[in-house]
Design a binder for this molecule. Structure first.
Ligand SMILES: *Cc1c(COP(=O)(O)O)cnc(C)c1O
Length: 439
């Protein structure tokens, strides 16, 4: 396979590794699971990334979701520049925060009040603190394969067998910090019921269940309707708060996130990614009676020096307003996602490579797997070696997919049918080269 010139990126990566652990500030960027050197990015433009060697890639990562309008969207760029000229940060209230809060409240039904933070990690961490305070209980339930950021009590892997208190999934997280986290199986209500029973017997009662209604961090694995509805019913029955983590799916799967796919409403909802239009913004919101427990109105402490910073709020505000104005955008992006995944699927069928695909609005996923993926254990059965070869082959042809089988892909508004057709042509060439692998 002929290779693009990556000389500058190789040098940049080596230099970075001297001063930054693994050369990156977030692990997946290092390409560890697909091999090779990550391109160091010089700039982005619309649907494209340009690396330090001048190679151009069609970008299906879009900063892991935030850039629904692609790189350097003119409106967002202008709003940010105007805001920068007025000052970067004040540590004092601005009307921009109220404006963005009102936009979110107008879009997402169950959000009556909202607070802004600077990352998805902070949003989920704070929502859980709030849920514990509201309910007076300590245990939480999360699902295997769902990711809610890197805070200690959420870095938990399932114990052996179902319904146990979790174990730390990272060194440095004390067992004490995860002893209140129960891990259930995604799309499996019985496992949730077992966790609730266990907590009632041995624990301190379940404060909340946190779930990605459309899971995007084990590849793209949506909740089944009966599962999410059942979860809502179980929570109501036991007085447990339901936290919908829509950091990825919010304003991405549809304008109102998972809500156009399910009738289920969370007690609290967390946001990130698209809500900041490419700037560091996270948020959590929900029923006023819960949100009003937050300091300074209530006693639950939560704060941030740069929370609600005006530049970030400006980027988020323009993004949400543009999304609201363009009523056809999700339909159009979904059409492109379907064209891509259906195209990949029929190409793989030609080469007798099993492939599972999934689309939710502008989010897409594909697994080299011969069975439908419903949970993390299913996802793990995917052929990651095949994925790595496909990823490498596509990268060499100027197509930048997420560097892991267990991530979601993103369509941006700067893409069109012709671009997808070009990607499929290149995919055919790559599949032709790699299809004999593993047979
Ligand atoms: C990305 C993500 C997070 C973490 O957000 P950060 O801004 O990276 O801290 C949390 N939950 C979900 C569902 C995510 O996709």
């Amino acid at each position: 396979m002929e290779s693009l010139n990556h000389l500058n990126s190789v040098n940049d990566f080596n230099e970075a590794k001297q001063v930054i652990p693994g050369g990156v500030n977030s692990p997946v960027r290092a390409f560890k699971s697909v091999g090779g050197t990550p391109p160091f990015i010089a700039n982005g433009r619309g649907a494209y990334l340009i690396d330090e060697d001048g190679n151009r890639y069609i970008d299906f990562v879009q900063s892991w979701g935030p850039l629904i309008f692609g790189h350097c969207d003119k409106d967002i760029e202008e709003a940010v520049i105007e805001s920068v000229k007025k000052g970067l940060s004040f540590g004092a209230p601005t009307t921009l925060e109220t404006a963005l809060a009102k936009e979110v409240i107008s879009i997402v039904e169950e959000v009556e009040k909202i607070r802004f933070v600077s990352s998805g990690t902070e949003a989920t961490m704070s929502a859980i603190r709030l849920a514990r305070a509201f309910s007076g209980r300590e245990d939480i339930i999360k699902f295997e394969g769902c990711y809610h950021g890197h805070s200690d009590s959420l870095l938990v892997s399932a114990g052996s067998g179902m319904a146990t208190f979790g174990n730390p999934s990272s060194p440095g997280v004390p067992q004490d910090f995860t002893q209140h986290t129960l891990v259930a199986q995604y799309n499996d209500l019985a496992s949730v019921e077992s966790c609730i029973t266990l907590s009632q017997k041995q624990g301190k009662g379940v404060a909340c269940v946190i779930v990605e209604p459309i899971a995007g961090n084990m590849g793209l694995v949506p909740s089944e309707v009966e599962f999410l509805e059942g979860l809502r019913m179980l929570c109501d029955k036991h007085g447990i708060l339901l936290i919908l983590d829509e950091v990825m799916s919010g304003f991405r799967a549809s304008l109102c996130g998972s809500q156009s796919f399910y009738k289920v409403r969370g007690d609290l909802v967390t946001f990130g990614k698209v809500i900041g239009g490419g700037m560091p913004v996270g948020a959590f919101g929900g029923r006023a009676e819960i949100m009003d427990l937050l300091s300074p109105k209530g006693a639950v402490y939560q704060a941030g020096t740069l929370s609600g910073n005006p530049v970030a709020m400006s980027a988020g505000l323009v993004s949400l307003r543009k999304l609201k104005e363009d009523s056809k955008i999700y339909e159009r992006l979904e059409g492109l996602a379907l064209k891509l995944t259906q195209g990949l699927k029929s190409l793989c069928a030609e080469f007798q490579i099993p492939l599972q695909t999934c689309v939710r609005g502008s989010m897409f996923g594909f697994f080299f797997n011969d069975k439908k993926v419903r949970n993390f254990q299913d996802a793990l059965k995917s052929n990651t070696e095949m994925f790595a070869r496909f990823h490498q082959g596509m990268l060499n042809k100027g197509v930048y997919f997420a560097a892991s089988q267990f991530e979601t892909g993103f369509i941006c508004a700067a893409m069109n049918e012709e671009l997808i057709e070009g990607v499929l042509e290149r995919a055919r060439e790559v599949l032709l080269e790699i299809h004999t692998y593993g047979k």
